[in-house]
Write a protein that binds this ligand. Sequence first.
Ligand code: KG4
Ligand code: ZN
Length: 351
Amino acid sequence: MIALGIETSCDETAAAIVDGDRRILSSVVASQLDRHRLYGGVVPEVAARAHLELLQGLVRQALDEARLDFDGLDLVAATAGPGLIGGVIVGSTFGKALSLARSLPFLAINHLEGHALSPRLSDNVSFPYLLLLVSGGHCQLLAVEGVGRYRRYGTTVDDAAGEAFDKAAKKLGLGFPGGPAIERAAKTGDATRFPLPRPMLGRPGCDFSFSGLKTAVAHAVDALGHAPTEPEQADLAASFQESVAASLADRTKNALRRFTDEHGSGHALVVAGGVAANTRLREVLAELARTHHTGFVAPPLALCTDNAAMIAWAGIERRILGEEDGLDVAPRPRWPLDAEAPPAPYAGAKA
Ligand code: KG4
Ligand code: ZN
């Protein structure tokens, strides 16, 4: 089974070809960073137009690199939400048109499901497993029990972890995207010089909160009375990174306990999403898994950040179960993986 995957839910335009034996025949990603950097964040309208401009060429490139033509495909899978709706409409409509023209089954994929199933593509992880999904748009702990069977243990009540990195970096004058900039600056920093709060630490449950930490960074910068010097940037970045890692690990610890109660031991802890690139976060999670006698899986970076291979793979997993979507399926700006989870506590929080 060979799938074409299409991803356009945020600021990466991506196309990939994946087969049923977990081989990624091609995976191309065009970052739109340069188009958004000017604004210090992703501008939805700019993103939608860029997807429209880039997608056709990327699909062609993905087919060429895989040495295939449309005839070689067995299905088309495109992200149909959640995300910036303009981009989601571009990608899913493109996928539908292709499936109609080529008489191929169309699979409308939940972007979060793409992330959730990616460790099965990279590491053949078996169900169930506990997933910490941390990116610019999402921050969730999910029990992944099977294809289409996800239980959300916790989500952010305000900002996503990557969003917090981006906002803190902006305040520190470190540029966009913030995560890599903070990690770089933190390398030479002293995490103890500006103690910052560690959100939700010690509280029951698995929810996250990062807006207080973001405000604390802003106050620390304002208290300096001048733009932070390079050493100050480094110290604040180190302290911030340490706080985020500690907070994520603390919430994951609660989730691991609950997961083990419900599913028994011997299952993996998986981290995915752009923030999973963070070395310090990987360290604390690996340590947490060790103390819980749990395996730890972090898919390769190219599969952690937004990509279309994970979308193609989710399409394959669904198709194997005999699924197919109609061409009338609607793109969705919000689309929680666990329909039974209560809505996030505050308006504006990520589903
Ligand atoms: O998954 P992703 O590529 O896109 C989505 O948001 O879906 O994640 C991007 C996010 C950004 O907020 C970026 O700042 C963060 O991941 N990020 C990092 C690192 N690399 C990327 N955060 C912390 N440390 C990093 N090394
Ligand atoms: Zn994502």
